[in-house]
Design a binder for this molecule. Structure first.
Ligand code: GTP
Ligand code: MG
Length: 398
């Protein structure tokens, strides 16, 4: 599972990335700070099944705190995109290829309207961030259309001569983008184009198809970032204007400050918490004290920094992911080394258990016999859809 962080320059993409991963990507108050992609790992919260059994777990890939398991999600933060990027504006759109395997996108906007389309600082309120959602969608569509266009004419003529279907060409072109055959079918059905005559598709038709493909295959959520500079009413207005794309007010800066302060042992805070407590007031410098005071007021006003809520709305709401806990012993919920519930990972809700087996190890998928539900001890056939929080033993031929 990977999520791409996109948006115009200077809106706080790298700050959000750092806040979610605790890494140190460069952040600065001017456009095009990020050129090469930043990659890291964030985490989403699920209940840890160890609580049901009353035995402690032995976390491997996903930390467990107070019965909450933090399941990893890969993130990639890229350069800023400007209107006209597909025609070479700004840094162009080549760098979008770094987002090829992203399952979905988080688009960051400067909700305070103090950043123009090229990422330059302007007086607050002079830009309407809601308009960015449309043009950024267009830029993403130009990118996908550009990938389809390569060899399109030749392949379409060949396909029509050989009586092959356009679906096959599209599947071939789009596997690198992790766009499934199902999404291609949906897009061909829903896009306002004549699917029977691909040889007559115009550039605009390809763009329409790409727009629908992206909606079907790469769900997007919006971060109304820098919410520390706007009122709650303004956030509601923006969210209404951006709908049906879901938007969450965030302060990436506040989240980053809190997470770094927690790492330094100055406060207790976990992502998503509605508050924090200062551990060592004596160690705080006056600026730190002032910053924490402001963050306290922010949390009271918004309920949280919004960062964890945004990530989880993308992962669970938009991408419909569920956590699975593979084990080797379905009675004790342990692996071969006796570790209790060592790993957790995310798959789309309803994934067949055999596909889950492939995710654990390709050999387990290839030699799959059945899965066993760790709670009911029932055997599950290959196509049985996985449920949220499943503890699963995969039985495979040796
Ligand atoms: N007030 C406020 N400022 C923020 C917030 N998040 C980021 N910033 C500031 O916005 C500026 C840009 O942040 P970056 O994270 O570098 O933005 P970016 O979108 O990655 O920029 P590029 O890499 O240039 O595209 C920095 O000065 C940040 O401190 C926030 O939540 N509130
Ligand atoms: Mg950046």
């Amino acid at each position: 599972m990977e999520i791409g962080i996109v948006g115009k320059p200077n809106v706080g993409k790298s700050t959000l990335f750092n806040a979610m991963t605790l890494l140190d990507a460069t952040m600065a108050p001017y456009p095009f700070t990020t050129v090469k992609p930043n990659r890291g790992v964030a985490a989403v919260r699920v209940p840890c099944p160890h609580v049901e059994r009353g035995t402690a777990c032995t976390p491997g890939n996903a930390a467990c705190r107070n019965g909450v398991r933090w399941v990893p999600v890969a993130l990639v933060d890229v350069a800023g995109l400007v209107p006209g990027a597909h025609a070479g504006k700004g840094l162009g759109n080549q760098f979008l290829n770094d987002l090829s395997v992203a399952d979905g996108f988080i688009q960051v906007v400067d909700a305070s309207g103090a950043t123009d389309a090229e990422g330059n600082p302007v007086p607050a309120g002079s830009v309407d961030p809601a308009t960015e959602v449309d043009w950024l969608g267009d830029e993403l569509a130009y990118w996908v259309a550009g990938l389809i266009e390569k060899e399109f004419d030749r392949q379409v003529r060949k396909a029509e001569l050989e009586g092959a279907k356009i679906e096959e060409y599209l599947e071939h072109r789009l596997t690198g983008l992790k766009i499934s055959a199902g999404s291609i079918q949906t897009a061909l059905r829903e896009a306002p184009i004549d699917r029977t005559r691909p040889s007559r598709w115009s550039a605009e038709d390809l763009l329409q198809l790409s727009r629908v493909l992206l909606t079907a295959a790469k769900p997007r959520s919006v971060a109304l970032n820098k919410c520390d500079r706007i009122g709650n009413d303004r956030a509601d207005q923006l969210a209404a204007a951006i709908a049906p794309v879901p938007a969450t007010p965030t302060s990436a800066e506040a989240e980053l400050t809190l997470r770094r302060a927690a790492r330094a042992g100055l406060v207790t805070y976990a992502p998503g918490d509605p508050g924090f407590s200062v551990l060592e007031a004596r160690r705080l410098s006056p600026p730190q004290e002032k910053a924490l005071h402001e963050i306290q007021a922010l949390l009271q006003r918004w309920g949280s920094t919004g960062v964890q809520a945004l990530l989880e709305s993308e992962v669970f709401g938009r991408l419909r992911q569920v956590a699975v806990f593979p084990v080797e012993d379905e009675t004790h919920w342990t692996d071969s080394r006796g570790r209790v519930l060592p790993d957790a990972f995310l798959v789309p809700a309803g994934t067949p258990v055999r596909a889950v087996a492939y995710r654990v190890h390709s050999e387990l998928g290839e030699h799959f016999v059945r899965a066993i539900d760790g709670r009911t001890h029932r055997a599950l056939a290959a196509d049985h859809p996985v449920e949220a929080g499943s503890v699963l033993r995969i039985v495979a031929r040796r």
